[in-house]
Structures are given as C-alpha cells and as structure tokens.
Design a protein around this ligand. Structure first.
Ligand code: CP
Length: 321
C-alpha cells in the first residue's frame, strides 16, 4: 500500500502485502485470545459513511476501532450533508481536518476514489457496486486458517469455486485470484457476469502470477473437486426490484447438498452474508458441518483490525511484542 495508504480496490494491495497483512492479523488475534490489549490506534478516529445498510461491516469496524484503542463515528448519508448534495471532494477535505481515516459503503466506486483523491487521510472501501475488498481479504484469511497445509492443500493451492451472481464480491475475488496466483473458477448466469474490465485486469494479473482463472456458466463444472465453494445473495443491495425475473435466471445455481457432493469431500462452504436461505444456499448446507460462514463473519473483525493498523497506525508494531 502507498504513502497516504488507501484500500479502494483489491488491486491496491500486492500479494506480499496480503501475506504481511495476514501475519499482522495473526498477531492481533493471538493478542486478543490471550487477553492482551493492543492499542496502536489510541487517539485516532475513523469516520464511517453508509449510503447502504450494513450489519457486519458497520459493527466489525466499530468494535475493531474500539479494541485498537481508537474511536469511530457512524454517518448515515441522510444524517450528513452528502445526502443533500455536498460533494464528495468537499466532504473529503472536511473529514481530513477532523478524523484520521474514513471507511465508506456506497453505490458508486467514484465516491471512494473521490475521498481518496481529495482528502489527505486513508480511505477504505467498505463495499461499492463494483467491489468488496475487505470482504474478500477476510475470505482469504478464513481459507488460510482452514487450509494451513499439512495433509491437505496449502491455502494458496486450494481450488476455489464461486457460484452465483457476478457481483462486487465476485469482482474482488477475481482480482484476488489474479494477484495471489490462485485457482479460481467463477460460475455465473450469462445474464449476470462479472465486470468485464475486472475480468480483463484479473487475466492480466494471472499471466504474471500464474493464477488459473476459469469463467463460465456451469456450477457443476466449477465446483468439481473444489476445496472452497463460495456463494452470495442473488439480490445485491439495489437489485431487489427485479425479483421474479432475476430469480428464474439463477435456476441451477443454488449451493445445496447435490452441488456440494461434487466438490472435494473436505471442501468448506463460504458465504459473505446476509444469506437469502432457500435461494442461493439451503439451510442444510449453511448450517451443515462444512459451512464456515460464521467464522468468516467473525474474521471481518480480525482482518479489518489488521487493515486499520496497516493504514492508520503511526507505529503498527506498537504493543505487538
Ligand atoms: N458481508 C457484508 O458486507 O455484510 P454487511 O452487508 O452486513 O456489512
């Protein structure tokens, strides 16, 4: 990450920085589990702007800042002047005078880019219509926890199958796969593909990293012998209106016991939540022994603490050893 460091896109972070981030997260988690308080963000404040709803992102960033000794302010767009037309550029300039970092969840990626361009504090993308980098960094960390090597594959050797909407999470997954040289298979309906610019970028990254990225429309082909099966709602925020048409286009894309049976017997099932149970995933699979969805949700806290320390701490090592 660069000097005022931001996390606008998964493309902002190198493979080496991802591995270093995960080592930082290991340290923070170890400290937390042993009851040790680590406060490298003492005296720092994170502003969090929400133009869309959130459970996990909102709470995990808030608790994360608190655990790191800092503070956070939650700003819904209808509570601040952005909702009445104040520009992102002016908002960025003003926030930079008050707080030490800003996390934003919004529709348009230009909002996040604008905060980074016109402000002078770190900016974190807490989800846009294009990407969800904090989620996918957490997902990678969760896979790393589950596949430490030994008798199974190392986490970077896992076959990862994403089944469902080619949405913001799928886009960030494509970039992550390209960066880290992963084996990643995306099965999305023809009508709901991933972003074409991101696909091109992921393929460019893959030619340098050796990643094996497959993009198709057949869930069964994607999950065959996969170690990770990933899905997300077919109704991302803003897509709810087109419900009946949309639902029919996702026929055959449900993660259920039949699909799971085609994967590696030790495969894990992931979902970034919130789930629409009975649509993209069945109760049986989501609550079954191969599901790691709630560990994944918990890891939002730990990984975001790592991101906050890397981006906002004066001394990221403070109190670590
Ligand atoms: N996965 C995720 O970002 O959850 P929230 O929408 O609840 O923040």
């Amino acid at each position: 990450m660069s000097p005022v460091k931001h996390l606008v896109s998964l493309d902002d972070i190198s493979a080496e920085e991802v591995h270093a981030l995960f080592e930082r997260v290991d340290e923070l988690l170890e400290a937390r589990n042993s009851g040790k308080t680590v406060t490298p963000l003492r005296g720092k404040t994170l502003a969090m702007i929400f133009r869309k709803p959130s459970t996990r992102t909102r709470i995990s960033f808030h608790v994360g800042m608190k655990e790191l000794g800092g503070d956070s302010i939650i700003l819904r767009e209808d509570e601040i002047q952005i909702g009445r037309g104040e520009t992102i550029a002016d908002t960025a300039r003003v926030l930079s005078r008050y707080v030490d970092g800003v996390m934003i969840r919004t529709f348009d990626p230009a909002d996040v880019e604008g905060l980074a361009r016109f402000g002078s504090i770190p900016v974190i993308n807490g989800l846009t219509d294009l990407e969800h980098p904090c989620q996918v960094l957490t997902d990678l960390y969760t896979i790393r926890q589950r596949f430490p090597g030994g008798r199974g594959p190392e986490w970077t050797d896992c076959g990862i199958a994403y089944v469902g909407d080619g949405n913001n999470v799928a886009n960030s997954w494509l970039l992550a796969a390209g960066k880290l040289g992963l084996r990643f298979s995306l099965a999305a309906p023809r009508a709901h593909p991933a972003n074409p610019d991101i696909i091109r970028r992921a393929r460019d990254l893959a030619s340098a990293s050796g990643a094996k990225i497959r993009i198709g429309n057949d869930p069964e082909e994607a999950v065959r012998e996969a170690h990770v099966i990933y899905t997300d709602t077919w109704f991302s925020m803003g897509a709810e209106k087109a419900r009946p048409d949309r639902l029919s286009r996702f026929e055959g894309f449900q993660v259920n016991t039949g699909l799971l049976a085609l994967a590696d017997p030790e495969a894990i099932v992931m979902h970034c939540l919130p789930a629409h149970r009975g649509e993209e995933i069945t109760d049986e699979v989501m609550d079954g022994p191969q599901s790691v969805v709630f560990d994944q949700a918990e890891n939002r806290l730990h990984v975001q603490k790592g991101i906050l320390v890397e981006l906002m701490a004066n001394d990221p090592e403070e109190g670590m050893h």
